[in-house]
Design a protein around this ligand. Structure first.
Ligand SMILES: Cc1cc2nc3c(=O)[nH]c(=O)nc-3n(C[C@H](O)[C@H](O)[C@H](O)COP(=O)(O)O)c2cc1C
Length: 401
């Protein structure tokens, strides 16, 4: 069982998604984990310690000043005697406490006292998530090395509210836990990596933009696979609807120019994997006001200018990473175009894939790639994108060794 022998301290805070933590406990236990629950006072308004205790088959901790639990300074023991502290759901309130080092109840005190890895699954109304204060707290927590899973986009419990704020599903949280606790060799420990992923959106006016069908699935999987081998990974992601990978620092950008600036600001690194489908062109002057359609007018002509070439810039940069990997999304002459790209862009490896509509690769879950290097071409079979990511991370580790 994937989590056999692992001890997870599960902190449940007071949001509607607390009901999902009941299923989460089951899923973690099914995989062999021991789960010790801590509930905030808020959480107990949504679900009872009785049901949490019944599902976890253990004592549920709720009180910092409990005479029974604190006989041997129990909060410090709780904070240390586990492999991972998981907060699900993480309320805006608890995240604010964590970001500011507050310790006024058992959950926040344990979070301040722990020396274990911490993974949080935020859940809140989209307006609470987007609030400037919450966004500041998120940046602080990411900077402190706290792992995030979610939140996801979708419908809220509140009628008619849609947006970013749903807690990740229990199985997605379990997957993030497994990724963090994965043993395995860490050949990339001490190495830094920068990965780009997703499309870019190039604005035409405040409401319209040029985009492409990239989902970010392949780039995000590569960031996760490099992190699983021990690399310290920064993922620069264009606008996508998938979750930030756990154990990776994710920077969100919209346009190609922002993506380049974010990548360059993270140099030097040992590894660069440029997966994003960066728009080749942007509109010369994007307008501040929406272009109005006037009866009888000709459609507007869009004048396009070339975007910066991120892969080429990194491949020829003064602080060039030791290994530079680029992706070539082609619809014809995949090998020839991939080979030409290798030299032109100054890359060590080009991962070439055929993104013709009939392949279903763009946006899909599988990929069929050819690895092009100075040594020749290696065609990999049709694989799940996560498996492509694992193989590529292993290849990068081999080349760096
Ligand atoms: C019905 C209801 C639903 C709530 N849902 C959430 C939520 O999903 N996320 C959140 O951050 N806060 C939510 N809150 C607010 C928190 O319960 C409140 O901030 C509380 O102080 C959190 O305490 P805790 O962080 O100590 O658990 C909700 C409140 C109510 C009354």
């Amino acid at each position: 069982m994937a989590l056999s022998g692992k001890h997870i301290l599960l902190i449940i805070s007071g949001g509607i998604a607390a009901y999902k933590s009941l299923d989460l406990i089951r899923r973690l236990k099914e995989r062999g984990a021991r789960v010790t629950p801590v509930m905030t006072r808020g959480a107990q308004e949504f679900i009872t310690p009785l049901v949490v205790g019944a599902l976890s088959a253990t004592h549920v901790f709720t009180d910092l000043f409990s005479r029974k639990d604190e006989q041997d300074v129990g909060h410090i023991r709780l904070a240390r005697d586990c492999d991972l502290v998981l907060v699900a759901p993480a309320t805006a309130d608890l995240m604010a406490k964590m970001a500011n080092g507050l310790a006024d109840d058992l959950a926040s005190t344990v979070l301040l006292a722990t020396d274990r890895r911490v993974l949080i699954a935020p859940a809140m109304n989209p307006k609470m998530w987007m609030a400037k204060a919450t966004q500041r707290n998120i940046e602080t927590l990411k900077g402190d090395g706290i792992g995030f899973i979610g939140p996801m986009a979708g419908e809220m419990a509140e009628k008619g509210e849609v947006g970013l704020g749903r807690m990740a599903e229990p199985l997605q949280i379990v997957e993030a836990v497994e990724a963090l606790l994965e043993h395995g060799p860490k050949p990339l420990a001490g190495k830094k990596a920068i990965v780009t992923s997703g499309p870019t959106h190039e604005p035409i006016d405040p409401v319209r933009y040029i985009a492409n069908r990239s989902s970010g699935k392949q780039g995000h999987a590569i960031a996760k696979a490099l992190a699983a081998l021990g690399a310290e990974v920064t993922l620069v992601s264009g606008p996508v609807t998938i979750a930030d990978p756990a154990g990776v620092t994710t920077v969100h950008v919209e346009r190609a120019e922002q993506m380049l600036a974010a990548v360059v600001s993270h140099l030097p690194t040992d590894i660069a994997v440029m997966v994003a489908a960066v728009a080749d062109w942007r509109v010369a002057t994007s307008l501040d006001q929406k272009i109005k359609k006037q009866q009888g007018d000709q459609p507007p002509a869009l004048q396009l200018v070339e975007n910066p070439d991120i892969l080429k810039t990194i491949g020829h940069h003064a602080s060039r990473p030791k290994i530079v990997v680029g992706f070539a999304a082609e619809t014809e002459n995949v090998e020839a175009n991939g080979r030409a790209k290798l030299t032109r862009k100054g890359a060590d490896l080009i991962v070439a894939n055929d993104v013709s509509a009939e392949t279903g690769i763009m946006g899909g879950d599988r990929n069929s790639v050819k690895i092009i290097s100075a040594d020749g071409i290696d065609a990999w079979p049709d694989l799940d994108k996560a498996e492509v990511a694992r193989r590529l991370a292993a290849l990068i580790a081999d080349r760096l060794a």
